[in-house]
Design a protein around this ligand. Structure first.
Ligand SMILES: *Cc1c(COP(=O)(O)O)cnc(C)c1O
Length: 427
């Protein structure tokens, strides 16, 4: 598949049926798998043979879909998780332990911020948040001897900042650690972070990849580019024997291409079990089959909405990296010249009250804690996803009290604009 274009990979990647086998990916609705001998099964438990034994760790349906996302990103190995939250947790926890430290962009998704800032801190992992726009020296100064990774979002949800992937990759590599990028909003159709030096990509597949509001899910993809052995002291989990698998050293046994995902499956999936259900993986694959057709329409609608809002007298600001004159337009042009995402943020001259009134009068656009759906949906983050944050934290996350996040679906742009227009008349 690697020689094919992105659209062909969306449709056909990850699963190649043999003669007489099902054309569509079969849903393997089975918790367990049968073996002829205990020796056969023993080999699986020793990671000496690849195969399936229990769906808490791995399932063939999931692996076909993960292989498709792996092909889309241009990676070497991938795994599905039950949610985007699980994907980001696993991606970090696979290489950072109690006592370690991670550098993260401050404008990340609120759920990820909570995971890092509150929950993972309780596990003894410390985080330093830096502005995605920080100068290279400032980024450099955030590192400590115990730093194990750098994390950011291609396009941040909902701040819509664009990550300067090359800048972050350069800093990470100068300190001998990988860059992990959450590529949920851009999707591999619009941006492939591995081409810019990113080492590991994560996704909330709940968003554009599923695209129809049908299933919560996540994915982790490894580029295979990070040389764990060259930084063996930093990453003992990958470069020293794992006693729970008869002393296997992941980076030796599975090489640079497979070590990260194998360890993540063998240890974290085994112990935490945040597996995606095969049913959901099947639905996710249906979404992936049209991802390359849907993304341009999401972007087209968002650009039309952003241009309309920009010209409206009641609107204080519009943030959309695809919009001419946007602070991140140049970075977006560099990293995702074909389009960014379908999400537009904007604020009101009338402040928080105007935002609340506007939301109340929308008819087509539904108020939801969701984005990146076929149906247009909208949210007022200060009263929903980000309500745990104080004003200062909101500001550093790039969110003001009047900000509305508007996720353009696949409807006709004229109808979306008409809906916005009638709601604005009430403000
Ligand atoms: C939604 C989202 C997540 C969390 O994903 P879930 O599937 O809801 O767990 C993580 N990162 C980004 C950028 C998101 O938009």
């Amino acid at each position: 598949m690697s020689e094919h274009q992105i659209g062909t990979k969306c449709v056909q990647g990850g699963y190649v049926p043999g003669n007489g086998e099902p054309r569509q990916i079969p849903i393997i609705q089975s918790t367990t798998f049968k073996y002829a001998t205990s020796e056969d099964m023993g080999k699986l438990f020793d990671l000496e043979a690849s195969g399936y034994f229990y769906t808490r760790l791995q399932n063939p349906t999931n692996d076909h879909v993960a292989a498709k996302i792996c092909a889309l990103e241009g990676g070497t190995a991938a795994m599905l998780t039950s949610s985007g939250q699980a994907a980001n947790f696993y991606a970090i926890f696979n290489i950072a332990n109690c006592g370690d430290h991670v550098v993260a962009s401050s404008t990340i998704y609120g759920g990820t911020y909570n995971l890092f800032h509150v929950t993972m801190r309780k596990m003894g992992i410390d985080f330093t948040f830096v502005s995605p726009d920080c100068a290279p020296e400032e980024l450099d100064a955030a590192f400590r001897p115990n730093t194990k990774a750098v994390f950011g979002e291609t396009i941040a949800n909902p701040a819509l900042t664009v990550l300067d992937i090359e800048k972050f990759a350069k800093a990470a590599h100068a300190h001998g650690v990988p860059l992990i990028v959450d590529n949920t909003f851009a999707t591999p159709v619009n941006c492939r972070p591995f081409q810019w030096g990113c080492d590991i990509v994560t996704h909330s597949t709940t968003k554009y990849m599923d695209g129809h509001g049908a299933g919560v899910g996540g994915c982790i993809v490894d580029s295979g580019n990070f040389d764990w052995m060259a930084h063996a002291d930093q990453f003992p989990g990958l470069t020293t024997p794992d006693d729970s698998y008869h002393g296997i050293t992941y980076a030796e046994k599975f090489g640079q291409a497979g070590a990260f995902i194998t360890k993540c499956t063998a240890q974290l999936m085994r112990d935490f079990g945040s597996i995606q259900s095969p049913q959901n993986a099947f639905l996710l694959n249906l979404g992936l089959e049209s991802l390359h057709v849907r993304m341009p329409r999401h972007c087209e609608n968002a650009l039309a909405v952003a241009r309309y809002l920009k010209a409206h007298p009641k609107i204080g600001f519009v943030t959309y990296p695809g919009l001419e004159g946007d602070k991140y337009h140049d970075l977006a042009q560099k990293y995702m010249p074909q389009g960014t995402c379908g999400v537009v943020s904007f604020g009101f001259k009338g402040g928080r009250t105007a935002a609340e009134t506007f939301m109340k009068h929308l008819k087509l656009a539904a108020i939801e804690t969701h984005v990146a759906d076929a149906r247009t949906c909208t949210l007022h983050p200060a009263s929903a996803t980000h309500r745990q944050m104080n004003d200062q934290e909101l500001e550093s996350a790039g969110i003001t009290p009047d900000l509305v996040r508007f996720s353009c679906g696949l409807e006709d742009a004229a109808d979306l604009i008409a809906d916005i227009q009638q709601a604005l008349e009430q403000v």
